[in-house]
Design a protein around this ligand. Structure first.
Ligand SMILES: [Cu+2]
Length: 155
């Protein structure tokens, strides 16, 4: 099993953690369905899509800043193919939102600080859940750039 997870981390996960929405639908209202979180991160970002802005199947989508301390399914800080640690800045879908988070007070384009939990499934895929959100001033400057690699790749 350990070997299986290690192999998985080299495949698309290594390139783009969180790009795909979870294949398994979970009842957002049920804490038990999500289970105990493995990690939680509080990050800044900009709202790209709200569940209420389109069809019923739309997820909350947030363009978040780089998350240097993001831990992968193996329990280690995730290392990208170019050596950058953590989860790169990306537009990420969050199908699960805690009922305590009132999205009706937000609009697409708003800048926010939010917290999301991660639970790693046995197959190495991740489930994400937003558990807190607060607005940021519109003039706050967010950094969506790519950080320099932590380690210079060998030639
Ligand atoms: Cu992400």
């Amino acid at each position: 099993m350990r070997r299986f997870i290690a192999m998985l981390s080299f495949v698309p996960l290594a390139l783009c953690v969180g790009c795909e929405e979870p294949a398994v639908a979970v009842d957002p209202a049920s804490d038990d369905a999500f289970g105990e979180a493995d990690q939680a991160y509080t990050v800044r970002g900009r709202l790209v899509q709200l569940p209420t802005s389109g069809g019923a199947s739309r997820s909350l989508k947030i363009h978040h800043e780089h998350i240097p301390a993001f831990v992968g399914s193996d329990g280690e800080v995730h290392r990208n193919a170019n050596g950058v640690l953590g989860m790169l800045s990306m537009q990420m879908a969050f199908p699960l939102v805690d009922p305590d988070v009132d999205l009706s007070t937000y609009e697409v384009g708003d800048k926010v600080r939010f917290t999301f939990e991660v639970r790693w499934r046995e197959d190495g895929a991740a489930e994400w859940r937003v558990t807190a959100m607060e607005p940021l001033d519109a003039d706050v400057e967010l950094d969506f750039g790519a950080p320099a690699p932590a380690v210079t790749p060998e030639p």
